[in-house]
Design a protein around this ligand. Structure first.
Ligand code: ATP
Ligand code: ZN
Length: 289
């Protein structure tokens, strides 16, 4: 479709699909339910979405079929794609790790020397071995890596582990982390910076940053006695100076502040003790700093 729209590739159906669509919607993009279509245009932004298998996204972006893409960093590194990393997106977090049979004990990385390690991430694993000067044999398998040791074709495995349940089921245990990954926004390297598409991309990046900032912040509102204001300001880990508003009761003030989401439960007790009441914590949808 040669319509001048920015082309963004995302995973067609998998762990990153819903969160990627959610991020785009938080950015204000109106995207219709895509069902089984390969390509969908946003109704209110110059963007076409291409739905692809995640493994194909790095190459499509590298070759310019898509201008940008959202995909796991693990896939980008494994495919050795020549693309720009524009932004980490904070979801789809996972760890590629080496696991060994439960009944084996390995104390140091050195003990991997000479071992056979099954994985579907041969490139990332080879990098890890190179960086740690380990001489081990990589057995490339495309799926169900965790059964390789019980089949006798490998001594250990290197795979994405989330809960550890799959490991347990296959009588394996964690040995060492190899690579921490999350969803990233990647871009074609030959983007023409004077093109209309580049302007669209810049606009999209501002929106994405605003959505990501908002996710980690909340809006806190409370009432405080006037005399307690200095102490309240000390406690608040506010990003900016708080907003202070008069109340009908002249001995009281309303204080509003944007705070990092994860600090609320650490400070709420101190705020209370300092005299704050009626604390309200409100989610923020977008925030441009
Ligand atoms: P596709 O059909 O598109 O090839 P897939 O089966 O290869 O899909 P998914 O399992 O949907 O891929 O995972 C997509 C990405 O999600 C992974 O590449 C990884 O970056 C990330 N991810 C996050 N948590 C996990 C997890 N627990 N297991 C596997 N991948 C995870
Ligand atoms: Zn895949």
């Amino acid at each position: 479709m040669l319509n001048g729209n920015l082309k963004l590739a995302i995973q067609k159906s998998g762990r990153l699909t819903e969160k990627s669509l959610q991020l785009l919607r938080t950015c204000g993009l109106d995207i219709e339910n895509y069902s089984d279509r390969l390509l969908v245009s946003s109704r209110n932004f110059e963007l076409d979405l291409l739905f692809l298998r995640d493994d194909d996204i790095p190459e499509y972006v590298q070759d310019g079929v898509a201008d940008i893409g959202i995909v796991g960093e693990n896939v980008v590194i494994e495919k050795e794609a020549d693309v720009d990393t524009i932004k980490k997106l904070g979801y789809g977090k996972c760890t590629l790790m080496i696991a060994i049979p439960e009944d084996k004990n390995m104390l140091s990385l050195d003990e991997l020397n000479g071992k056979r390690v099954a994985t579907s991430y041969p490139k990332i694993l080879a990098n890890f071995f190179r960086n740690n000067k380990i001489d081990a044999k990589i057995i490339q398998i495309s799926g169900s890596v965790e059964i390789a040791p019980s089949l006798g074709i490998a001594d250990c495995i290197c795979d994405i582990v989330s809960t550890g349940n799959t490991l347990k089921l296959n009588k394996l245990k964690k040995f060492t982390n190899v690579f921490d990954s999350e969803a990233i926004l990647i871009g074609n390297k030959n983007f023409d910076k004077d093109s209309g598409k580049y302007a669209i991309l810049k606009n999209l990046i501002v929106r994405i940053e605003s959505a990501l900032n908002a996710k980690t912040s909340k809006y806190l509102m409370m009432n405080v006695p006037k005399v307690a204001l200095p102490r309240i300001r000390e406690i608040l880990p506010s990003l900016k100076s708080p907003t202070i508003l008069p109340l009908a009761d002249e001995s009281m003030l309303a204080v509003h502040a944007v705070i990092p989401s994860d600090t609320f439960w650490d400070i709420q007790n101190d705020l209370h003790e300092a005299g704050a009441s009626g604390l309200l914590l409100i989610p923020i949808e977008n925030m441009i700093l």
